[in-house]
Design a protein around this ligand. Structure first.
Ligand code: PGA
Length: 254
């Protein structure tokens, strides 16, 4: 079975000025100096460079929180993959539920964004997840299947292992309600099965859990066989708490 390097990402959302981002990285780096795994910070666009410049020579990678699918064009307010690559950004979060819900992000645009990111050399962190209504109605699997099939439709199966998937049940984001480790494991194993059907090297794909991950619940989630890391929102704003979550991956072997 291929090895899957653990992956912990800090999704800051619309938090932190340049000065705050710089202070966070300066506080975080000494705490995680020993990590061999992927630690990814996703700052707002304005703070990307401040984080990039401080993390050179460390294990930290930098991801944007969104991008447009075209390289350039008349799209006021948007940012393209080449613009991110120029800043030495390595990854990009795509399809976060807040973008889907608040800004009308659709599976149709994601079907173009994921391959555009790969083509530009950016690692896509593709977010999928069901609403509370869908879970209660027993539609979790059909919602996830539809999202994955649509969003990855134009990705060559040979490249699927370069995509990081974040399973984020919408009812667990920012609510303090975490999926139980068993729920998260069961759903992420299901996602791996879907990827396998796509003809992909599914055992090589990193699949993260996201939704109210904190230092106190991360260990049980990360102990699950198919959970390869976490996309952390609120708890990633504090360097101490985020470093604690990163350290939990020290003994993880997949
Ligand atoms: P949360 O956010 O950890 O604050 O629930 C996770 C996310 O939205 O990525």
């Amino acid at each position: 079975m291929p090895e899957r390097t653990p992956y912990i990402a800090a999704n800051w959302k619309m938090h932190k000025t340049v000065a705050e981002a710089a202070a966070f990285v300066d506080a975080l780096l000494p705490k995680i100096a020993a990590t061999q795994h992927d630690v990814v910070i996703c700052p707002p666009f304005t703070a990307l460079t401040a984080v990039v410049e401080r993390r050179y020579g460390t294990a930290v990678k930098v991801a944007a929180q969104n991008m447009h699918e075209d390289d350039a064009g008349a799209f006021t307010g948007e940012i393209s993959a080449p613009m991110l690559v120029e800043l030495d950004v390595e990854a990009v979060v795509l399809g976060h539920s807040e973008r889907r819900q608040c800004f009308g992000e659709t599976d149709e645009t994601l079907a173009r964004k994921v391959p555009a990111a790969l083509a530009a050399g950016l690692e896509p962190i593709l977010c999928v997840g069901e609403s509370e209504e869908a879970r209660d109605a027993g539609q979790t699997e059909s919602v996830l299947t539809a999202q994955l099939q649509a969003d990855l439709a134009a990705v060559d199966s040979a490249r699927i292992a370069e995509v990081v998937i974040a399973y984020e049940p919408i009812w667990a984001i920012g609510t303090g309600r975490t999926a139980t480790p068993e729920q998260a494991q069961e759903t992420i194993a299901f996602i791996r099965d879907i990827l396998r059907e796509h003809g992909a090297a599914a055992d090589a794909v990193r699949i993260l859990y996201g939704g109210s991950v904190k230092p106190g619940n991360a260990a049980d989630l990360l102990a699950q066989a198919d959970i390869d890391g976490a996309l952390v929102g609120g708890a990633s704003l504090d360097p101490r708490g985020f470093a604690e979550i990163v350290k939990l991956t020290a003994d993880l072997i997949r």
